[in-house]
Write a protein that binds this ligand. Structure first.
Ligand code: WA2
Length: 270
C-alpha cells in the first residue's frame, strides 16, 4: 500500500469512529435528559401532591408512550427512599413485602431501603425489589443523592436480560435544595431515585447496525475511569480485527466522575 493510501485508510477509520461516538453520545444525552424530566414528574405528581396523582398504571402508561424519547434505555423505574421505622406501614399500605435483588426473597432488616414502586412494563420484574441490595445499584443511589447529579454505574450484567449495560440514577429531593447544603442534609432530603437501564449490548448494536459500512469496522466502548483498568462496556472481549491500526474517540456521558471512550479497528487487513 502506498503511503498516501495508508494515510487515507487511517483518516477514514477516524471519521467513521468519530461519527459513531458522536451518535452514541447524542442518543445517550437525549435519553439522560428525558430521565431528568421523569424525575421531575414523579416529584410533582407523586411526592408534592396530596393525595398523590401518580400510580403504577399511570407511570407505566406514560413511560411506554414516551419510550421513543429514550432510545438507549430498555426501561425506567422509580425506587422510594425508606428508613426501617417506616417499613411495616409501607408494606401494609402497598400490600407487598420489600425483597432482595439476589434471591428475590423478603429483605432482611436494613437501616434503609430503596424499593421500586413504579416501573415501565419492560422492567416490571423490579417491582418491590430493594435497589440498595445490589452492589452497583447501591453505589449509584448513594453517589446520586450525595451529589444531587445524574450518575452512572460500572458496566455490569443487568437483571433478567443478562445484557452488559449501565444504570443511570437521578436523585429526587423533597424540595429544591440550595447548592451549598451538606452531604448529610442531601441524604435526609431524599425522596427517592429515578433510574434507567442502558442496555448497551443490544441497543448500541442496533444503533451501529443502521450505519453504512458497519461490517467494515469493529467497535468497542470502555469505561476508562480507572487508569490501567479499562472496563468493557460494548464490543468483543478480544479485538480480532486489524490490530495494527486503532482509532480512539472520546465519549462524554455526562457523569463527571467517569470517563468513557470508543475504540475502532478495521475488520480486515488492507
Ligand atoms: N434497572 C434495570 N435492570 C437492572 C437494574 C436496574 N436498576 N439493576 C440491575 N439490573 C430504580 O437507581 C434506581 C434501576 C435502579 C433505579
Amino acid at each position: 500500500m502506498t503511503e498516501k493510501a495508508a494515510e487515507e485508510r487511517k483518516e477514514v477509520l477516524g471519521s467513521m469512529c468519530d461519527e459513531r461516538a458522536r451518535m452514541l453520545q447524542d442518543q445517550f444525552s437525549v435519553s439522560v435528559n428525558h430521565v431528568r424530566a421523569l424525575a421531575i414528574l414523579v416529584s410533582t405528581f407523586y411526592h408534592n401532591k396530596s393525595p398523590s396523582a401518580l400510580d403504577q398504571e399511570t407511570f407505566a402508561d406514560y413511560t411506554a408512550r414516551t419510550s421513543f424519547e429514550r432510545p438507549l434505555l430498555s426501561g425506567v423505574a422509580y425506587a422510594r427512599r425508606l428508613v426501617h421505622s417506616e417499613r411495616e406501614q409501607f408494606e401494609k399500605q402497598q400490600g407487598w413485602t420489600i425483597r432482595s435483588m439476589n434471591d428475590r426473597e423478603p429483605s432482611p432488616v436494613e437501616k434503609e431501603y430503596a424499593p421500586v414502586i413504579f416501573s415501565q412494563d419492560t422492567l416490571s420484574y423490579l417491582k418491590s425489589l430493594d435497589m440498595m441490595s445490589g452492589e452497583e445499584d447501591r453505589a449509584n443511589i448513594e453517589r446520586a443523592r450525595e451529589t444531587g447529579k445524574a450518575v452512572l454505574t460500572n458496566p455490569f450484567r443487568l437483571l433478567e436480560s443478562n445484557h452488559l449495560g449501565v444504570i443511570l440514577t437521578f436523585p429526587v429531593y423533597h424540595s429544591d435544595l440550595p447548592t451549598d447544603v451538606s452531604v448529610q442534609e442531601r441524604i435526609e432530603a431524599t425522596d427517592g431515585y429515578l433510574g434507567g437501564a442502558f442496555d448497551v449490548e443490544s441497543l448500541v448494536e442496533n444503533l451501529l447496525r443502521q450505519l453504512a459500512d458497519n461490517q467494515d469496522i469493529e467497535v468497542n466502548v470502555y469505561d476508562v475511569t480507572t487508569p490501567g483498568l479499562p472496563l468493557i462496556m460494548y464490543g468483543p472481549q478480544h479485538p480480532n480485527g486489524d490490530v495494527s491500526l486503532l482509532h480512539v474517540s472520546m465519549l462524554d456521558f455526562g457523569d463527571p466522575f467517569r470517563r468513557h471512550q470508543m475504540e475502532c479497528r478495521y475488520n480486515q487487513r488492507p
